[in-house]
Each structure stands twice: as C-alpha cells, then as structure tokens.
Design a protein around this ligand. Structure first.
Ligand SMILES: [Ca+2]
Length: 438
C-alpha cells in the first residue's frame, strides 16, 4: 500500500467533554462539533487517551519527539513564556530528531499550520525541526484578530517572515490547510500536515468579535470575558474548518488513505466541559490530562470503533511513524508506543503504564490498568478510574500495598528521567483572586 498521508489536528485547551461525541451538550445554535462527531463515527474514538502534560508546551515537546518531554530542558517550563524570546535553552534543539524530520527524511512533504510554542528563532523554530513550511504563531497564545501575543508583539509567521492578515485566526489556519492539501494533491509524495489550532484557547473571541480585540490587548487571559456560548462557538469555528479540510481531501480522492488524528494538547480551561472528570489545565487529575482522541483512516480503520486503550500524546507520534514505516533515529529511542494494532482492530488492547510529573504543586501520577496513583501538594491518592472517573473515592487507606507498589513504580520511572531543573518556571494566568476555585 502507498504510504498514507498524515494529518495531525490539535486543539488548544479543549476539554474532554467539549465535543458532542464525548458527551458535550449542544450549543444554542445546535451541535458544536458535527464534523468531528462524524469523523469519530466513521473512524475510531478512544475514551481513555491522555495528553503528555496538562499544559501546552510540555505536551508539544512530547508530540514532536515521541519521547517523554522531561528529557528536554525547555519542556520543564510550565509553559514556555513569551519573554523567553532570545533564549538558547528554552526550545526544541534543532539537532533533535522529530516526527516531521523523520518523515521528511523518508520522503514526506511536511508542514506546520498553527501553533508552535517550542522556542523562538534564531535558536529554535519549526523550519529548523523538520517542517518544510510553517504558517502560524510561535508563542503560547495570540489574539484571534490582531495576532499579537500577550506581550503585544505581532506573532503570525509565514516561514520566518512576519505575516499580516486581516482575518480570524481559526479561519486563516483552516484556509491555509485547505490550500496545502490542494497543493499536495498536485504532486506524488505523501504529506504530513500538523494543523495545530489555537482554538478554543483564550482570548474568548468568536469570528464576529473583532470589536473585542482592543479591550483584551493588555490582558489576553481575558479574565473579564467569555462564557460558554462564546466558547462553544469557538470550538464550532474549528470544527467547520476541519470540515473544509476533509472536503478538500475527499475532492482529490485522498481521504481513503489519509490518517487523520484529532486531539487536544491538554485538558480544559475555565469554560470547558470535562464531565465527569475533575480538574483542568495544569492539573494531573483526569480533567487536566484526559483528552479526546479520534482517528479516521478508511483504508485501515473500520468505522464505528471505540477503544479503552490507555495512550498518551507521544504514542500517537510513534503511531504516525509506524504508519509511515519509519524507524526512530539511532540514540533517540521512542518512549511512545505505536497504536497501529488498535487502529487495525479496535478490540485489541495492550498493557500501557503512563507517567506524569509537574513542578506545579509537586504533582505526580501513574495510570496503570484501572488504577491511578496521584500525588498533589504532598498528599497521596489512589483511584480506580473505571469505577470512579471523578477521582473522589480515595482508595489509598483501603489498599496500602497497591499504593506502595504504584508509588515505587512511579519513583523507578522518575529515576530514569532528568530531575526538574531548579530554575524551571511555573506560570499561572490567574488565581483565586480572579475567580473562585471549586
Ligand atoms: Ca494548551
């Protein structure tokens, strides 16, 4: 079979239950995510899939390297801040093999359309790490209309050239993705497209909210703005764009042998729906790390499948390499494990322990089988996730031996990772002074 095209679509701060196919409610205008719901119905939906981190840039390090992000200094930032421009340490080292560089070296055309958030030129950047094309912002968050980051700096790029456009960013990214597919359809090589939306990340602006941009200019966290209606519309704009992308693939007869994967880089933010999970962005409770995973590939994936396979972001990167028949680079063994057996047969499953740690609140977590070990602020918890997805029924006192074993397993894994650097930073956009916590 010809090598598949691969499209990796990543939403930003989308919660576990924001999509209709994950139990999300309709908006006042109707279904929020009909396109993604359709992809899930015609493909494979995973209900126990995770992000490598509950915050942006660490997950993106894991996504692009198919390895635990803790191995790289830049990924210790929670997250990389826009004032790290000029840093030669806080980014993805260009010499590190990546998902796009390995695919490119095996004959793929590669592009990143959307958010990078892995360090700034001249030391770092998508064109230095395997992408042949780049269109999008470099920082963690930009206004949808001015395309300026939280320091007020214009941050929309075409390659490494400043790109000025008068349009809503979600639509710009969708249009550019369609254009890329149109161009790729005119040539023979397979392509890898990373379509990394900033939606539905703050500021809370729909396509019709250009007039709001001046008011949030000095505080992109938009702490006085937003509501669930605006938020659902933002998700819907992204869903519409994915519909246009799928239509372009169909038009050129490419959809059948294109692996399309959709996820979020971390759990939900303040307006997200993560039911029945607790917590959100920055938390290692399920709401911070459990995310939607949808895979669509008619040539390989049977329609209507649902899987409870445990997996995290880097496993999908390993899956894409496997799908393309590409091996890891010598000296850079993958931590990610290919999910190809699950894509071929949704009933297939395998043992997959998953580890996390956060500088923020000293969080540690291990999900292994049904069980989850969690440590937050020095407190230890043990949950049976299928029995208690909401992590309210702490089994730590009832099962001290299991707790000790999982703690020991986490410690053994952690001993194989670099320690958290003492100068690593944690950046929170707001606190209890801005809004009450639950
Ligand atoms: Ca994010």
């Amino acid at each position: 079979m010809k090598k598949p095209n691969i499209v990796f679509i990543v939403a930003d701060d989308l919660g576990y239950a924001d999509l209709g196919c994950y139990g999300g409610r309709d908006a006042v205008f109707g279904p929020v995510s009909p396109v993604l719901d359709g992809l899930a119905a015609r493909g494979l939906k995973l209900t126990q899939g995770y992000a490598n981190s509950p915050v942006c840039s660490p997950t993106r390090f894991a996504m692009i390297t198919a390895r635990y992000q803790y191995r790289l200094r830049g990924a210790a930032e929670e997250p990389i801040r826009s004032d790290s421009r000029g840093s030669s340490a806080l980014g993805l080292p260009p010499e590190h093999p990546t998902l796009p560089s390995l695919l490119r070296d095996s004959g793929y055309r590669t592009a990143l359309i959307g958010k990078w958030h892995l360090g700034y030129p001249p030391h770092f950047g998508p064109l230095r790490s395997g992408y042949e094309e780049f269109f999008g912002p470099l920082s963690g968050g930009v206004d949808y209309f001015t395309h300026c980051d939280s320091s007020g700096r214009h941050d929309l790029w075409d390659g490494e050239e400043d790109a000025r456009h008068e349009a809503y960013l979600t639509d710009l990214l969708s249009r550019r993705a369609v254009d890329y597919v149109e161009r790729m359809a005119q040539q023979d090589a397979p392509f890898f497209l990373s379509l990394h939306y900033t939606a539905p990340h703050w500021p809370w602006e729909t396509r019709d909210d250009a007039a709001k941009a001046p008011a949030v200019k000095d505080n992109l966290f938009d702490l006085a703005g937003g509501n669930i209606h605006v938020y659902r519309r933002m998700v819907h704009h992204m869903d519409e764009g994915i519909g246009q992308l799928m239509a372009a693939l169909e038009k050129h007869g490419l959809a059948e042998n294109t692996l399309v994967v959709f996820t979020s880089d971390n759990g939900g933010e303040r307006f997200s729906d993560s039911w029945p999970l607790v917590g959100g962005k920055m938390d290692l409770t399920e709401g911070g790390i459990r995310v939607p995973w949808i895979a669509h590939w008619p040539a390989v994936i049977a329609p209507g499948g649902e899987s409870r396979q445990l997996c995290m972001t880097m496993d999908w990167s390993a899956t894409m390499l496997d799908a393309a028949g590409v091996s890891a680079a010598p000296g850079y063994a993958l931590d990610g494990v290919s999910l190809m057996p699950v894509l071929r047969d949704a009933a297939h499953s395998f043992d997959r322990p998953l580890h996390w740690r956060m500088n923020h609140r000293g969080q540690q977590a291990l999900r292994h089988g049904d069980w989850k070990y969690l440590r937050v602020d020095g407190n230890e918890y043990l949950f049976n996730i299928p029995a208690d997805e909401r992590e309210r029924a702490n089994q730590a006192r009832r099962e001290p031996e299991r707790l000790a074993q999982m703690r020991a397993d986490w410690e053994a894994w952690n001993a194989g990772m670099p320690a958290i650097p003492p100068d690593a930073t944690v950046s929170l956009g707001y606190s209890v002074k801005d809004m009450p916590q639950r």
